[in-house]
Design a protein around this ligand. Structure first.
Ligand code: SAM
Length: 288
């Protein structure tokens, strides 16, 4: 697929990705309703789930299943429908399609035909939990579902440990306590939040250290419902003491010019350049 492809080629169909509610039906936007209503066909994960959503809004568009087991076979048929000018809408059971849900290969294939996909954004559990967590939200990493087995889970968590951002995980109730324990071990005992049943009647967010949350769910048993875990970023590395800084500078200045030594120590220590420069000048004066 060429990334420079000009959109709107010979195919004239319309392909729209629609975000649907994650629990509260009122969260389907008017634009989302229109995209479902105006489509010739809705592709969804489970026709019963999307059928209920459509029935609630009086939408009569036919729903067909598109999931990991039939996706390969269905894609050419969906592209054919678009080539014939049909309006195709893609949804998942809940939330944004493609976010831990099927769809990305279909979107890729649609782009390949020259049709530019349209999106009607809707709720997603990941960012809904992030904004409730009370944790830094300027940078976040969506890690989706972790592997179910502890060994693989710890390895996956270890790979995320250095990311300087809040981490967002999807998790099932039965694995929650074990996951929180593994996270405390692999990431350090960071601040975290467990959100369940977001936008639903029994919505709840519990905040605390990973170890506290793990203990809570171990003692209380697995909670009911759907769950998102948000973990805060790693603590910034501790600033080196003046003595450490001097030792680094003395080493670096033995073999380098003052300017190069300052640049090097600034880089490895994460200390402000002005401060490193002042220390370097002091050391130079003392040695004369
Ligand atoms: N596409 C969806 C989205 O945009 O959030 C996610 C689909 S993924 C298959 C399902 C997982 O999302 C659940 O296991 C849970 O971790 C999370 N999830 C979905 N709805 C949720 C809700 N209302 N409250 C908490 N977590 C939810």
């Amino acid at each position: 697929m060429s990334s420079t492809r000009v959109t709107g080629g010979p195919a004239s169909g319309r392909f729209t990705i629609v975000g649907t509610p994650i629990g509260n039906l009122s969260d389907l936007s008017p634009r989302g309703q229109a995209a479902l209503m105006d489509a010739d066909v809705i592709y969804c994960e489970d026709t019963r789930v999307t059928g209920k959503l459509c029935a609630h809004f009086g939408i009569k568009t036919p729903c067909r299943a598109y999931h990991e087991h039939n996706a390969e076979a269905l894609r050419p048929r969906i592209l054919e429908a678009l080539a014939q000018g049909q309006a195709v809408t893609l949804v998942s059971d809940a939330g944004m399609p493609l976010i831990s849900d099927p769809g990305y290969k279909l979107v890729q294939a649609v782009i390949g035909t020259g049709i530019e996909p349209q999106v009607v954004p809707g709720p997603t559990a990941a960012t809904t939990a992030l904004v409730l967590a009370g944790l830094p939200s300027d940078r976040f990493f969506f890690a989706g579902f972790l592997p179910p087995k502890s060994g693989a889970r710890r390895k996956a968590l270890g790979e995320l440990a250095q990311i300087p951002a809040s981490l967002i995980f999807y998790e099932g109730p039965s694995r929650l306590a074990a996951m929180l324990n593994d996270a405390a071990e692999a990431l350090g005992d960071r601040s975290a939040a467990v959100s369940r049943e977001l936008t639903k009647l029994y919505e709840e967010t519990r905040r605390g250290r990973l170890s506290e949350l793990a203990e809570h769910y171990q003692t209380q048993g697995a909670p009911k419902g759907e769950i998102v875990v948000v973990v805060g970023p790693p603590a910034p590395a501790e600033a080196p003491s003046e003595g450490d800084l001097d030792a680094m500078l003395e080493d670096a200045m033995r073999e380098n010019s003052l300017k190069d030594a300052v640049a090097y120590v600034t880089n490895i220590s994460g200390t402000k350049k002005k401060l490193v420069y002042e220390r370097a000048l002091k050391l130079k004066e003392q040695s004369q």
